[in-house]
Design a binder for this molecule. Structure first.
Ligand code: SAM
Length: 406
C-alpha cells in the first residue's frame, strides 16, 4: 500500500514500520515497480524475506542465542527498512545501517527518526560495506551479533569481510539473487565467483545452488579459522537466503570441512542426486553415468530443527507481519525436511516416474508408503513434486512405480 507524501517521497507500511522511499513514478516499467531504478533501492516484493529476518532475530533473542552486544549490522540498507524493523519489531538494542549510496544513508536516517528509534540506538554509515566491516572488525573493534548481507546479485564479494567481523555466536545472514550462477546455468561464472571445481545444471539444481552457496560461506569461514552452522536456509522467488551461526577455532573449522563439505552428484540414469564426501566414488551409488552438479558444496544439514520450531512458534504469534501465512507455510515445510537434509538431496517424483515410464504418483502417497516401510519422508520447499527421505532411491523408485496408477 503506497501513500503519497510531499518532497518526492512516498510512504508505505511494512511490518510495524512506516517506510519512506523515493516516489516510485519514475521507476514504473510496464505498470510494475522496478526497484533498481529508484534513487534509493526498496523492493516491496522482498517483504517476505524481511519478515523471515524479523522472526529469526526474535528467535535468537528468545532462545538466548543473540550474543551480548545485541548489535545488528544491515550492511546494504537501501532505505533502511530492514535495520529499522530489526529495532522496532525484534527489539534489537542497536542497529548499524550502511549503504554506499549517500541518498540511501539519508533515507535510512529519516526512516529511523520517523519510526521513533532513540538517537543512541542506531548508527548510519555511508561507506563501502567491505571497508566498513573490516573497520568494525579491526580498526574499531565492535562486536556484532547479527551481520546481514543483502546486496545486489552475488554476496560472494562481501563474505570475507562479514566472516572477519563475525565473532563466536554471531549470526551471518546472506541473500543471494545470482541463481543462474549458483545453479550452474552460468558455469564459468560459478567456477570464478564461488571457486568451484565442478558445476553443472541438473534437474535438481535448486538445491545444489543453495548448497554451493553454503559451501562457499563455510570455506570462507574456514579461512578465518571459523566454522558455520546453518540455522535456517531456503530458496524463495528469485533468491536464496541463509542464516548461519559462527563458531571459532581451527579444530571446529577442520571438523566442519571434514563432515560437511563434499560434492553434489547427479546420477543421470536414475534421475536422482546425492550429497557425498569428496572421497566417495559416485559410480558406486549411481550405478552408471553421473554429472558433478556442484563441488565443493555443503553436504551437511540445511538447518537446525529446534531453531525452526522456535521460529514457527514465534511466527504464530506475530500477527502484524504482512506475509505471516506464507512464513508459516515455509517454516512448516522446513521443519519436516530439514532433519532429513544431511547428505540427502530431495527426490523429484516426476524425474523418477519419467525414467521409469510411469505416471507421477501423488506425493502424499509416496510419503506415506515410505514412512510405512520405516523410513523418514517429508515434502520439500524446493519443489511441489519433490520428496525428501532417508530411503535409498531404489526404494523411492519402487514406491513411484507401485503407486503410479492409484
Ligand atoms: C538489494 S539492495 C538492499 C536492500 C535492503 N537490504 C532491503 O532489504 O530493502 C542493495 C543495496 O546495496 C547497496 N550497495 C551496493 N554496493 C554496495 C557496497 N559495496 N557497499 C555498501 N552498499 C552497497 C546499494 O546501494 C543498494 O541500496
Amino acid at each position: 500500500m503506497l501513500m503519497h507524501s510531499p518532497a518526492r517521497l512516498a510512504a508505505t507500511l511494512e511490518g510495524k514500520a512506516i517506510v519512506y522511499m523515493p516516489s516510485p513514478e519514475s521507476a514504473i516499467v510496464s505498470g510494475r515497480l522496478e526497484p533498481a531504478w529508484l534513487e534509493v533501492f526498496y523492493n516491496p516484493a522482498m517483504e517476505f524475506n524481511r519478515d523471515v529476518s524479523i522472526i529469526v532475530a526474535i528467535a535468537l533473542r528468545s532462545l538466548g542465542l543473540m550474543t551480548r552486544s545485541g548489535v545488528a549490522l544491515d550492511a546494504h540498507s537501501g532505505v533502511g527498512v530492514r535495520g529499522v524493523r530489526y529495532a522496532l519489531e525484534a527489539g534489537l538494542g542497536h542497529v548499524i545501517m550502511n549503504d554506499i549510496n549517500p541518498k540511501a544513508a539519508r533515507l535510512s536516517a529519516l526512516n529511523a527518526r520517523a519510526n521513533g528509534l532513540e538517537p543512541g540506538s542506531y548508527t548510519i554509515f555511508n561507506r563501502d560495506s567491505n571497508s566498513l566491516m573490516f573497520h568494525l572488525s579491526r580498526e574499531r573493534p565492535t562486536p556484532v551479533s547479527l551481520i546481514d548481507i543483502d546486496p545486489y546479485g552475488s554476496p560472494a564479494p562481501f563474505l570475507d569481510a562479514a566472516l572477519a567481523l563475525s565473532g563466536k555466536g554471531s549470526v551471518v545472514a546472506v541473500t543471494a539473487t545470482d541463481l543462474a550462477v549458483l545453479e550452474g546455468r552460468k558455469a564459468r561464472a560459478a567456477v570464478r565467483r564461488y571457486m568451484l571445481r565442478g558445476v553443472s545444471k541438473t534437474p535438481l539444481s535448486k538445491e545444489t545452488g543453495l548448497r554451493v552457496l553454503l559451501g562457499y560461506l563455510a570455506r570462507v569461514a574456514a579461512s578465518h579459522d571459523k566454522a558455520v552452522k546453518p540455522l535456517v536456509a531456503y530458496y524463495a522467488d528469485h533468491y536464496y537466503r541463509v542464516y548461519v551461526s559462527v563458531e571459532r577455532g581451527a579444530k571446529r573449522s577442520d571438523a566442519m570441512l571434514e563432515e560437511s563439505i563434499g560434492k553434489v552428484v547427479y546420477c543421470s540414469e536414475a534421475g536422482v542426486a546425492i550429497a557425498v564426501p569428496h572421497s566417495s566414488d559416485p559410480r558406486e551409488v549411481c550405478g552408471g553415468q553421473y554429472i558433478v552438479a556442484g563441488e565443493p558444496a555443503w553436504i551437511g544439514s540445511l538447518g537446525d530443527k529446534s531453531f525452526i520450531e522456535a521460529m514457527l512458534d514465534i511466527a504464530g504469534k506475530s500477527g502484524w507481519l504482512g506475509t505471516r501465512a506464507r512464513v508459516e507455510r515455509l517454516l512448516e515445510i522446513l521443519l519436516g525436511e530439514t532433519p532429513l537434509s544431511r547428505g540427502n538431496i530431495y527426490v523429484s517424483l516426476t524425474s523418477l516416474a519419467s525414467k521409469a515410464r510411469v505416471n507421477t504418483p501423488k506425493k502424499s502417497l509416496v510419503i506415506e508408503f515410505l514412512r510405512e516401510r520405516g523410513y523418514r519422508a517429508a515434502a520439500t520447499h524446493f519443489s511441489g513434486e519433490g520428496v525428501r527421505t532417508d530411503a535409498p532411491w531404489e526404494e523411492v523408485r519402487e514406491a513411484v512405480v507401485k503407486l503410479s496408477s492409484r
